[in-house]
Design a protein around this ligand. Structure first.
Ligand SMILES: NC(=O)c1ccc[n+]([C@@H]2O[C@H](COP(=O)([O-])OP(=O)(O)OC[C@H]3O[C@@H](n4cnc5c(N)ncnc54)[C@H](OP(=O)(O)O)[C@@H]3O)[C@@H](O)[C@H]2O)c1
Length: 256
């Protein structure tokens, strides 16, 4: 039986790895034997992260400076990463952004900024990796990082909610179209985890009230994502595609 979490020899590309969840996923993958390419725009942070990743001979990790909204850059980054790592098995489509405020006070630029990263970027990365795997006739595995806000809504982050609902549908639609190429596409839908994307929120009254509405009465620790992430990344989930896995302390089933 495939062991959940076994990633030895797997080559993993992780976007948005310069902070927060992406950085955690990079450390997790490396700790479980994978060779990792970390991508984001802040390359200084990526280089610092590389220093922290366990490596051994024949398992060199890589840093890839990348804006996921740039189609040409994405194409080059996927090809170069596959060349550097000697292949590619898993894409963790994690880069994301948010803009807060009422939709009545935001400009269309705020909307575009969120859609560019959370939808266009996720699409570009998934499509490019998919094309690479189809060309090489090898299996592929995509883990999109959606959100509980792809299924329910919270105040002041309308564009983010819309974008993550798009990621949920993109996960299912890509899963359907790519299964014939032996490419699996699943998503994690995290609840709330303290990172730069929500810096300061949990200290506000609204943040404290929100935590009380989580059935488990706490925000997540990064380690809470380990089991579900490793399940999707490893062969333990080999017959799963199109699944959206909430990791949210029960937030999605909170009482209305
Ligand atoms: N934290 C939560 O509670 C939570 C809950 C549900 C879902 N999520 C999702 O989890 C993912 C990671 O978020 P996080 O919480 O870890 O937030 P974070 O710390 O702000 O990380 C976001 C990452 O995305 C990268 N990024 C943003 N725009 C980019 C672009 N144009 N090109 C390449 N990379 C870009 C950032 O790197 P650079 O700025 O260096 O490019 C950064 O590494 C996001 O998709 C987020 O929506 C988070």
């Amino acid at each position: 039986m495939a062991r959940a979490g076994e990633l030895t020899g797997r080559k993993v590309l992780i976007t948005g790895a310069s902070s927060g969840l992406g950085q955690h996923f990079a450390k997790l993958c490396a700790a479980h034997g994978a060779q990792v390419a970390v991508a984001a725009r802040r390359s200084d942070r990526l280089r610092a992260l590389l220093e922290e990743l366990p490596a051994d001979s024949g398992r060199a990790h890589a840093a890839v400076e990348l804006d996921v909204c740039d189609a040409d850059a994405v194409r080059k980054a996927v090809r170069q990463t596959a060349e550097t790592l000697g292949g590619l098995d898993i894409l963790v489509n994690n880069a994301g952004t948010a803009r807060s405020g009422s939709p009545l006070n935001q400009t269309i630029n705020d909307f575009d900024a969120v859609m560019d990263v959370n939808l266009r970027g996720v699409w570009l990365m998934a499509a490019e990796c998919g094309r690479y795997w189809r060309e090489k006739a090898v299996p592929g595995n995509i883990i999109n990082i959606a959100s509980v806000l792809g299924e329910r809504v919270a105040s002041g982050v309308a564009a983010y909610c819309v974008s993550k609902a798009g990621v949920v549908q993109m996960t299912k639609a890509f899963a359907l179209d790519l299964a014939r190429h032996d490419i699996r596409v699943n998503a994690l839908a995290p609840g709330y985890f303290e990172t730069e994307i929500n810096a300061g929120f949990f200290e506000t009254d609204a943040g404290k009230q929100m935590i009380k509405r989580i059935p488990m009465r706490r925000i997540g620790n990064f380690e809470d994502l380990n089991g579900p992430f490793l399940l999707l990344a490893s062969d333990a989930s080999r017959y799963m595609t199109g699944a959206i896995m909430p990791v949210d302390g029960g937030h999605l089933v909170s009482s209305m």
